[in-house]
Write a protein that binds this ligand. Structure first.
Ligand code: FAD
Length: 370
């Protein structure tokens, strides 16, 4: 049973709302962390501006156990994938929504070399990779010349339903403020933080790509990576797989499909581009045999960093200012696990894994304060 303690105290004429943790941002990170803290019996107040171009609102929702052209296992995939599946299923039950689909990725080889490499990897890692399946059944849907490999299990997570459902839960409990957090109004003392009429033991920034302008964590090695995707309608395309050939076609809400994504970390300007739209259209025109229509074009900055590991924990000097961020392109699998670690650190004093503990950047964080 969770309980929410949002207490009101009167000091002189002023009414202060007191909570245990103030969280900035209700994307994937803020949602999962607030849930873990509530489950541990803490009170939270989440402030979120509802931006529609937040990374979590644009993501394809995919958990792929292998990564890159060489199809190596993603970092910690043996732990992260089952934990993510369990967590999102549990959240789905709490929200009365189906959030998780266990699925497979059909990898359409773009070249003969890609097919050879895949088959070599099948002999090394049969847990997630398997060889050609009945290819003929896909000839009416796709144009392909070099065969299909299967990556399985993979997960497709309905992030839209999760974020909306969790937002409603927070609203029901008076634990969400819909507004832009103005960082210059935050007062941090050694024992507490104060934001307008809210007092809390700490503040935890889960504000995605905005965090790089934050005075406590802006100095971290951020490396924003802009991603774009198209939302398309393809009547007749089966919805029980994810299709991949460089781009991925992922079943999306309302019978639509998500097609993405690009990576632009060299000059990641916010917003959609004609270049992506035209290049994706050209590839779909060749690959897909079925007629399709483009319904939307979306983009966001992934909050990524150079060492590709999240930033988790409290500032090593300013100990009541925390961060849960830097998930890059793997947030859906990583965030549930590390939200649990962060909450257990906060409530039980457990250690955060050193590879993700933001204290690994202590020197940089010290320097940026001076
Ligand atoms: C095109 C694309 C495809 C992707 N596909 C996948 C995928 O298939 N699988 C995967 O694992 N990952 C994917 N990702 C990455 C994934 O989206 C991120 O890892 C993850 O969603 C980051 O979550 P977050 O909570 O850190 O940030 P965000 O989602 O950006 O959330 C931050 C929140 O903070 C709020 N906020 C920011 N500043 C303020 C402020 N001052 N005041 C109030 N609120 C504020 C924002 O509105 C937002 O709600 C993809 C990303 C993109 C762009």
């Amino acid at each position: 049973m969770w309980f929410f303690r949002v207490r009101q105290y009167s000091y002189f004429t002023e009414t202060l709302m007191k909570v245990d943790h103030l969280i900035v941002g209700q994307g994937l990170c803020g949602s999962l962390l607030s849930r873990e803290l509530l489950r541990a019996g803490r009170s939270v107040l989440v402030i979120d501006d509802g931006a529609i171009d937040a990374s979590s609102r644009v993501a394809g929702g995919l958990v792929n156990p292998v990564t890159g052209k060489r199809l190596v296992r993603s970092w910690m995939t043996e732990k992260l994938l089952p934990h993510a599946e369990h967590s999102y299923n549990e959240i789905g039950e709490e929200l009365n929504e189906q959030l998780v689909k266990r699925t497979s990725i059909l990898d359409f080889f773009p070249t003969h070399d890609a097919a050879t490499l895949f088959m070599e990897r099948v002999t090394e890692d049969a847990e997630y990779l398997s060889g050609r399946q009945n290819e003929e059944q896909w000839r009416d849907f796709f144009r392909f010349n070099y065969g299909i490999g299967v990556i399985s299990p993979a997960l497709a997570i309905d992030l839209g339903k999760f974020l909306d459902g969790w937002r409603d839960k927070l609203v029901e409990r008076n634990a969400l403020i819909k507004s832009k957090f103005q960082v210059e109004e935050l007062i941090v003392t050694t024992t507490a933080v104060r934001y307008r009429d809210i007092e809390s033991a700490d503040v935890i920034f889960c504000d995605g790509a905005s965090a790089k302008s934050n005075k406590w964590f802006g100095g971290l090695p951020w490396s924003d990576d802009k991603g774009e995707a198209l939302i398309i309608s393809v009547p007749g395309l089966p919805r029980d797989h994810i299709y991949k050939q460089g781009l991925s076609i992922v079943p999306w809400k309302d019978d639509l499909f998500w097609v993405g994504a690009s990576h632009d970390w060299k000059n990641p300007q916010p917003g959609i581009s004609d270049t992506f739209r035209e290049a994706t259209k050209e590839r779909l025109d060749y690959w897909l045999r079925l007629p399709y229509t483009i319904e939307a074009h979306i983009s966001a900055l992934r909050p990524a960093n150079f060492d590709r590991k999240p930033f988790v924990g409290f500032h090593p000097i300013v100990k009541n200012v925390g961060i849960f961020n830097g998930m890059g392109g793997k947030g859906i699998s990583m965030a549930p696990w590390f939200a649990g670690e962060f909450a257990a650190h906060t409530t039980e004093g457990n250690l955060i894994s050193p590879e993700v503990d933001v204290a690994r950047y202590k020197k940089i964080l010290e320097r940026s304060l001076s």
